[in-house]
Write a protein that binds this ligand. Structure first.
Ligand code: ZN
Length: 280
């Protein structure tokens, strides 16, 4: 496997720590000649989407994904309605930013509920309700399956197959405007990963997120590894993505409270740059 094109490296801003600031992040990416960014809603809300879009554009950055929408299941009708409204606002801001996709994290079980099939129906209905708005806004919805350990509290869509079934059900077999974000952290263990990437094809492969799975992992959420420090065969998964037609960027997304978040952004970005060329 040849090293990837260095120009394809993008950074999910959560890689740079908990206290985020878009201006500072953009300056840091510039110092490292990194051309792709996946910003979060809270930091974009701080400046407003229009100003954020201008800053991003002025620096020649591609928005690989806007993070994030979803979280559809709720205990009552009002809660579900509020989630739909919030998703619509996220679509509007993603359109303003010119994002390649809006990352959709399904949401888990409503409070006090044990009804997993019911939660999954709420996700299907919720995505179905926002799909038209996303299409007319030119914002593809990228459903991101999360590792099953997050099924209760973050996402009850946990495999590529589930996500692609949802795409097919809502949009038809070849319907546009909806697809998946492939995050190696969530999907590396899945025996069906290769066949489901083939099934997804170019049209449904909207994003590629990279980091590594550490052994042992000490925190379910905030102990992701730098590429190369864990057990994921990233070049193999990248080869499947490319064979299926994916030509987008490679977005480093590393939540690492006790390691990378304690380091200076320049050190983290320098390491991302190096590891992208050597182990991805
Ligand atoms: Zn991800």
């Amino acid at each position: 496997m040849n090293p990837p094109d260095p120009a394809l490296l993008a950074i999910n801003t959560a890689t740079l720590g908990e206290k985020r600031n878009l201006r500072r992040e953009i300056d840091a990416l510039r110092r490292h000649n990194i051309r792709g960014i996946a910003p979060w809603r809270d930091e974009v809300a701080e400046t407003g989407a229009k100003d954020a879009a201008r800053m991003i554009r002025d620096n020649g950055l591609v928005v690989t994904g806007f993070v994030r929408a979803g979280f559809f299941p709720a205990a009552d009708r009002n809660g579900r309605r509020a989630a739909i409204d919030d998703n619509r606002r996220a679509i509007d801001d993603a359109a303003t930013l010119g994002a390649r996709c809006l990352v959709v994290v399904a949401g888990g079980l409503p409070a006090e509920s044990k009804d997993l099939p019911g939660a999954r129906e709420m996700v299907r209905d919720g995505v179905g309700e926002i799909l038209d708005h996303a299409r007319s806004s030119g914002v593809p919805l990228a459903i991101e399956p999360l590792h099953p350990m997050y099924c209760a509290d973050r996402a009850c869509v946990n495999t590529m197959k589930q996500a692609l079934d949802l795409c097919d059900e809502l949009a038809g077999r070849d319907g546009a405007g909806i697809g998946v974000a492939v995050d190696v952290y969530h999907l590396w263990w899945d025996p069906e990963l290769e066949s489901q990437i083939v099934r997804a094809g170019e049209k449904r492969l909207l994003a590629f997120h990279i980091c590594d799975w550490l052994v042992p992992t000490t925190d379910l959420l905030l102990d992701r590894g730098m590429m190369g420090d864990g057990v994921i065969d990233i070049p193999l998964i990248r080869s499947w993505m490319e064979a299926a037609g994916y030509r987008g960027m490679h977005e480093a997304e590393i939540f690492s409270k006790n390691n990378w978040w304690k380091r200076e952004p320049d050190e983290v970005l320098g390491m991302c740059r190096a590891r992208h060329q050597t182990v991805c």
